[in-house]
Ligand binder design. Sequence first.
Ligand code: RB5
Length: 147
Amino acid sequence: MRIAIGCDHGGFVLKSAVVEYLRSKGHEVVDFGAYDGERVDYPVYAEKVAKAVASGDCAKGVLLCGTGIGMSIAANKVKGIRAAVLSDEFSAAACSAHNDANILCLGGRVVSPEKAVKLTDLWLSTPFEGDRHVRRLAMIATLDERK
Ligand code: RB5
């Protein structure tokens, strides 16, 4: 799978761990930066990753900042994006099974690199359940049209 990834300074350590994990699993990773721990503005990276996913250039995306919250708020402004911020295993599986989340947001000040890898693995390996959730995602999509 072709996966976009981006971070700010708060998520830089997690990015290195998640990129290494994704590549070890054979995924093609498109790294939109940041490429070091210098202080930067997370909306810049959220927009790049969200647009790569929304355009279909990448199938999914991962965004990492201090909490994951700012990245998720920014990414969800882009039409077609369903970005989920979380820090526990149940939510990592549920955001795929129920919400078909196409971007995962994690916080470098919330989870360890090891936990970030585990949550990424759960998110990617859990299939979307479809069924009643299709109708709900369609309802969410109409919010994009009514902006
Ligand atoms: C940067 O200090 C911090 O605000 C950012 O990484 C993130 O946590 C925002 O939601």
